[in-house]
Design a protein around this ligand. Structure first.
Ligand code: UT7
Length: 327
């Protein structure tokens, strides 16, 4: 039995933060941000809003799209690096608000790779007969973790959520192959050191700024440009596809220059890469489901298309899956 995406949904906050707004906050320019990242705007939550507040409407849209009732969900996987709190898991909070009384629930943290890890885990649960209806929701409020005085990171990120409902394939579409990877030796190039069991919450921890995300941008860039084309090639080969047979690559949206470099390294036209970074910035594990929603809405993504989802992020982690679009 093959697992397929039965429905999609997304939700982003209404508030838009433009490059012009950022020019008033840090020493940067619209020209620099557009040229180096491709980002023009991003969405940002209101005070008091958390990841589950974005996850719930995205999940409701995906359930309606799939024609699946919340009570019929067997499992909820919340892909997030910015849970509402450490525990209970945000997936439990989302399940409660959806009314998914029968569903097991857990959070999955593989930084920006989490959503694709979640889709692969959901497909495995379905194919193994452990679950029939699984919700995977990528939800992030990264703007809470960023250092708003660090121009190299704060211009990149945005808030948002995107969701997919998976179930047994109805007409032969669905997941063909998957690849996951991790290299903990590169964990320090993208991290949020505290609070955690290593460095618990304390006034000193806050004074040192350890509760803010840190990134060696150039190291992440170099690793992404090496690993993402490899992951695409491996997942295509595992799916029995020649690389030129892939209709759409939906990559994690971190930097338009990374997407362009991956296209060159993969020998694929840039037009086959779905990019939404211009409008939303880097929304971590929400970026791929948001891009899927946008590509379907504008008519690019159609049933029968061969699609590769590919992500990379802190850890260092990566994940890719190939699917035939449609149920
Ligand atoms: O989800 C995964 C997470 N993150 C990523 O994937 C990020 C991957 N890395 C990147 O996207 C890029 O490395 C950045 C966008 C972070 C930086 O772009 P870059 O082309 O690698 O710039 P750079 O770090 O080489 O910096 C070039 C210059 C520096 O100034 P000097 O030393 O040449 O005078 C920076 O201080 O640009 C400066 N700079 C800025 N200038 C204006 C860095 N950030 C900014 C800024 N505005 N926001």
């Amino acid at each position: 039995m093959r697992a397929a995406v039965l429905g999609l949904g997304m939700h982003v906050p209404a508030r838009v933060l433009t490059n012009a707004d950022l020019e008033r906050m840090v020493h940067t320019t619209d020209e620099w941000i557009v040229a180096r990242t491709g980002i023009r705007a991003r969405r940002i939550v209101e005070d008091g809003q958390a990841s589950s507040d974005l996850a719930v409407p995205a999940a409701q849209a995906a359930l309606a799209d799939a024609g699946v009732a919340a009570e019929d969900l067997d499992l909820i996987i919340c892909a997030t690096t910015t849970p509402d709190m450490l525990f209970p898991a945000t997936a439990c909070l989302v399940g409660d608000r959806l009314g998914a009384r029968r569903a097991g629930a857990f959070d999955l943290l593989a930084a920006c790779s989490s959503f694709v890890y979640g889709v692969i885990s959901a497909a495995q649960a379905i194919e193994a007969g452990l679950a029939r209806r699984v919700l995977v929701v990528g939800a992030e409020v990264l703007t809470r973790l960023v250092d708003w005085t660090d121009r190299t990171t704060c211009v990149l990120i945005g808030d948002g959520a995107g969701a997919a409902v998976l179930g047994p394939s109805r007409r032969g579409g669905g997941l063909l192959a998957s690849v996951v990877g991790a290299d903990g030796s590169a964990g320090d190039i993208l991290q949020l050191p505290a609070p955690g069991s290593r460095i618990p919450a304390s006034p000193e921890m806050i004074a040192r700024g350890q509760h803010r995300a840190r990134m060696d941008g150039q190291a992440v860039f170099r690793l992404a440009v090496r690993i993402v084309p490899e992951a695409i090639a491996r997942v295509a080969s595992a799916a029995g596809l020649r690389i030129e047979e892939i209709d759409w690559i939906v990559p994690h949206q971190a930097n338009q220059r990374i997407i362009e470099a991956v296209a060159r390294a993969s020998n694929l036209p840039l037009a086959r890469f779905i990019s939404t970074i211009e409008h939303y910035g880097n929304t971590s594990s929400a970026s791929i489901p948001i891009s899927l929603c946008e590509a379907r809405r504008d008519g690019r993504l159609r049933p029968g298309d061969r699609v590769v989802l590919v992500a990379f992020g802190g850890g260092f982690t990566w994940s890719a899956c190939a699917l035939t679009w449609g149920a």
